[in-house]
Design a protein around this ligand. Structure first.
Ligand code: CP
Ligand code: NVA
Length: 321
């Protein structure tokens, strides 16, 4: 009689739920799935009969479509559940929602305002929970961005990414994902917009093992000098407010051709999207030859697929087992 695989319940709430080895292996598997997909090799057998519930407290283009299309390509099914349509919107608890959904589906992805909500979901779910963006972190974006960086720069070791702007969920995930793969990360922000010190400390502890350096700076030019990647994100994230004096200070952090000129000549420009052209980045940079923003968007698909296969089947390399 076949012995069923006993699988440890794994949740991806922040990037560092993965070890450095797991993060690298997951990204390598995503690159493999991408190559197979491009070669037209069938992938439907990988998650046939599996269902992913996707809870959205706020809007999404990339996260929703990359998870939904990814499940379809793998032969599974994804359910889009906006909180307005769920009983959650009428006051049913997150804990009860987690328990009920766990009886129907094989995994839950959630985009939430408060990070504590995705933690609460994971606490009460008996299936894997994936953070599809919270106010603290955006791990599926951070990890997918590491794949994009590897594709464009050939690797992570000895490379540096400078993040300019307000330190938000994206800055946190870049610090953590960068640390996991051995990419150095400099976060440059004005006072009033600093990263969470606990996340920085966690990233620095990981970086000490992987050979990376995680730094928080103030001067945008000092931060981008000689770097391989210049990254920015919106100044005001969904559901947040930024005081006028901080918005005024952020003017110096806009990614302009002059900022790109201070980076290495081969530097790439990255943004998780959606962007406000003219605010955090100029049109020339956003749509210029150094920009890899649409490769980033595409790689969400492949990273999500790798994560889903690892979470829901035994067909992958077994990164999370
Ligand atoms: N980058 C990202 O998560 O985009 P969406 O908000 O469109 O999902
Ligand atoms: N920091 C942005 C990322 C959007 C994908 C936000 O949270 O709105």
């Amino acid at each position: 009689m076949a012995v069923p695989t006993v699988r440890k319940l794994f949740h991806l709430l922040t990037d560092d739920d993965l070890s450095p080895e797991q993060a690298v292996a997951l990204i390598e598997f995503a690159a493999q799935l991408k190559a197979q997909h491009r070669a037209g090799e069938p992938q439907h057998h990988l998650l046939r009969g599996k269902t992913l519930a996707m809870i959205f407290q706020k809007p999404s283009t990339r996260t929703r479509v990359a998870f939904e299309a990814g499940m379809a390509q793998l032969g599974g099914h994804a359910l889009y559940l906006s909180t307005a349509d769920l009983q959650l919107g009428r006051g049913e608890t997150i804990a009860d929602t987690a328990r009920v959904l766990s009886r129907y589906v094989d995994a839950i992805m959630a985009r939430v305002f408060r990070h504590a909500d995705v933690v609460e979901l994971a606490t009460h779910a008996s299936v894997p929970v994936i953070n599809g963006l919270s106010d603290l972190a955006h791990p599926t974006q951070g990890l997918a961005d590491m794949l994009t960086i590897k594709e464009h720069l050939g690797g992570w070791n000895g490379r540096t990414l400078a993040y300019l702007g307000c330190a938000n969920n994206m800055a946190h995930s870049l610090a953590l994902s960068g640390a996991l793969v051995g990419l150095s990360v400099r976060i440059a922000t004005p006072p009033g917009c600093r990263p969470d010190p606990e996340i920085v400390q966690r990233a620095q502890q990981i970086a000490a093992r992987t050979g990376a350096r995680i730094e928080v700076l103030t001067d945008p030019i000092e931060a981008v000098r000689g770097v391989d990647v210049v990254y920015t994100d919106v100044w005001v994230s969904m559901g947040q407010t930024v005081p006028d004096e901080v918005l005024a200070a952020l003017e110096a952090y806009r990614v302009t051709p002059a900022i790109m000129a201070a980076a290495a000549p081969h530097a790439i420009f990255m943004h998780c999207l959606p962007m406000f052209r003219g605010q955090e980045v100029t049109v020339e940079v956003a749509d210029g030859p150094q920009s890899v923003i649409f490769d980033q968007a595409e790689n969400r698909l492949h990273l999500h697929k790798a994560l889903l296969v690892e979470l829901l089947s035994d067909a992958g390399p077994g990164v999370l087992r």
